[in-house]
Design a protein around this ligand. Structure first.
Ligand SMILES: [Zn+2]
Length: 225
């Protein structure tokens, strides 16, 4: 499965009734914004090259403006690889099969959220078929970490919460931290407050360090602060 398959959400923006946007698109835009907030341009200037259909990566905008453009106009065509945002098109996309325990016997699940897709994306690029055979048996550290991440993308933040998983909530909060240049202490205080006010079974990682450790598996690199 190549990256373009995992970024189908980019070009599946509007709900079938034509009113409103799909949740997978909203989630995906957050993933994009979080990615772009890690780049030097944002850190130095507070702006992102806007990849919307109109700006075509030629205009620099603040994250809120980029969100707005993407909601209204969608992404520029064929922007599966975010080459104006630090990504490279791989010379050869590895041909790997997703693990059967996740996808069942009938092939690809159709209701993957973009967060699950992102996890599978990372898995597709880093697991070889040899790894997969051993996955069923005793998962090594790497495969265990993948399963943990996948579970984080699938489990509700707390019982009855249908809008967020552990992973999606963590990514959104990290985006807020990056956008507003919050220090770790502020991040930890917000998380502490959330965990105290949400139902006690919530699975939000308790602090920035733990969140960072989880999200680093997605290949998003975080600075110390
Ligand atoms: Zn734009």
């Amino acid at each position: 499965m190549d990256v373009s398959a995992h970024r189908e959400w980019m070009y599946s923006r509007v709900l079938p009734d034509g009113v409103g946007l799909k949740n997978t698109f909203y989630e995906g835009v957050e993933i994009f914004i979080l990615h772009a907030c890690q780049l030097d341009q944002f850190k130095n200037e507070g702006t992102i090259r806007c990849p919307c259909l109109i700006c075509d990566c030629l205009n620099n905008e603040i994250p809120d403006e980029v969100r707005d453009h993407l909601y209204k106009k969608g992404f520029r065509t064929n922007y599966f690889y975010w080459t104006s945002h630090g990504e490279e098109i791989p010379a050869l996309v590895p041909l790997t099969q997703p693990p059967p325990s996740v996808f069942g016997q009938n092939g690809c699940r159709e209701n993957l959220t973009s967060y699950e897709q992102m996890v599978m994306d990372v898995a597709g690029l880093s697991f070889s078929p040899k790894d997969e055979q051993s996955m069923e048996e005793t998962p090594n550290q790497e495969t265990q970490a993948f399963y943990d991440l996948l579970a984080a993308s699938q489990s509700s933040l707390f019982e009855g919460c249908s809008s967020h998983s552990e992973l999606s909530a963590s990514l959104e909060l990290l985006t807020i931290k990056a956008e507003h240049n919050l220090c770790q202490e502020a991040y930890n205080k917000i998380v502490k407050f959330c965990r105290r006010t949400w139902p006690p079974d919530n699975c939000m990682p308790p602090n920035y360090y733990r969140t960072k450790k989880m999200v680093e598996r997605l290949g998003l690199n975080y600075e110390k602060n």
